[in-house]
Design a protein around this ligand. Sequence first.
Ligand SMILES: Nc1ncnc2c1ncn2[C@@H]1O[C@H](COP(=O)(O)OP(=O)(O)OP(=O)(O)O)[C@@H](O)[C@H]1O
Ligand SMILES: [Mg+2]
Length: 489
Amino acid sequence: MTIMFQDLGLSSDLMKAVKRMGFEEATPIQAQTIPLGLQKRDVIGQAQTGTGKTAAFGLPLVEKIEPTNSQIQAIVIAPTRELAIQVSEELYKISYYKRARVLPIYGGQDINRQIRALKKNPQIIVGTPGRLIDHINRKTINLQGVHTVVLDEADEMLNMGFIEDIEAILSNIPNERQTLLFSATMPDPIRMIAERFMTNPELVKVKAKEVTVPNIQQYSLETQEKKKFDVLTRLLDIQSPELAIVFGRTKRRVDELSEALTLRGYAAEGIHGDLSQAKRMSALRKFKDGSIEVLVATDVAARGLDISGVTHVYNFDIPQDPESYVHRIGRTGRAGKNGVAMTFVTPRETDMLRNIERTTKRKMDRMKPPTLDEALEGQQQMTTEKIRTTIDGADLSYYKRSAQELLEEFDSETVVAAVIKLMTKGPDDVPVRLTDEPPAYSRSKNRSPRGKRDGQQRPSGSSKKGTRSYSEKGRSQQRRPYNKKSKSE
Ligand SMILES: Nc1ncnc2c1ncn2[C@@H]1O[C@H](COP(=O)(O)OP(=O)(O)OP(=O)(O)O)[C@@H](O)[C@H]1O
Ligand SMILES: [Mg+2]
């Protein structure tokens, strides 16, 4: 059944904003959770990637902001800086006519600037856990007026290392609050932890046979570790994605891969948690405006990011758990668009592959790595396509005299073949250096602690204020199975 936004009981300011955002019908998760959100019910909302969960919590959240109250009234917590920025932008759009004041608060940004911004009475805060705790400890943020809390990517934030941070933040927020949790994945043990923070929550799980959306074509390719890079470049040449995200397991991997791709002539940049915030933002900006075509990333970019034009996701390294797979491939195929996801599997990782397929209840299509000939063929096709569009679109009169000269000397087939050769990228053997990654191990059977993972990092300043401080590296080592420990010490 189609549900329109006007059926959901939203005010005219928000209806105008929804229209301005170009939304017509509500998505299923929006149709089901917006009324609950407006009734101030606690909600756990689980729906596939790219199906509009942000507006599902954002619309009721903004609706409940009291314009004359200058306290912080709502807070959204997100696991990464880029996601916090993106969610705050979406809330800003929703608030466009209502004029609720939204402020993102995240690590890597000048804290004094944030303190000044906090003094200007924002009503909605979107933040990453580490920086929020930093402000709580400095007493530069007052959460006593908060009536709505959202955990976006809730399972990630209640997972292992993050849970203490979340508990610390929630302990500064009045108990009589509305708590909303959203994610595309919600493993049962995490849901049980979540319910501890909630009052009689309604679980809204959009009925879908599959955890992943059907409009993403999913493939797996078995390949040796040493051959992965050639396979990737061939696929890029054949498939010529509009925008592609290549996921690597570690930060070193991402650095080496983006460098190697650049050496081979692809416009690529990397993003991971050890880069400065300025670098992270500049890579993402270039990717969004199309000045780079390949973003190489750790899982720091796996969750929530909504970048239109991402047609392909390549799992250069197979993800460490099924949830990560779901989120990574969900960077394509958003809002009903089509997408392609390719997962490289080394022979010793076939268990991991099966584990992912079991969880997603969907078998990936097996694909053979393309041969060099197929790659060259693909490149030729791209060239001929370019020639066709040039013939259709450009004024060629200026070039016709030279064309005639060539045609007097050679037959037309030879001339065109030479042009195609010149325009086609030949086999490239610029040497590149990639350190081998050991095969991934399956950790979901016994839920062993996660290995080194890239994600949100704790600001260095927090130790001074009495909280633990550990580097991103140290932090991920502190992550532990969520079933071993529950309350913060
Ligand atoms: N009702 C709607 N009609 C059309 N487009 C929509 C609608 N709701 C949201 N969108 C658009 O769909 C895209 C995906 O939305 P969003 O980022 O909220 O997805 P999500 O469910 O949070 O995904 P993820 O699990 O990856 O975080 C966005 O570009 C958003 O603007
Ligand atoms: Mg989201």
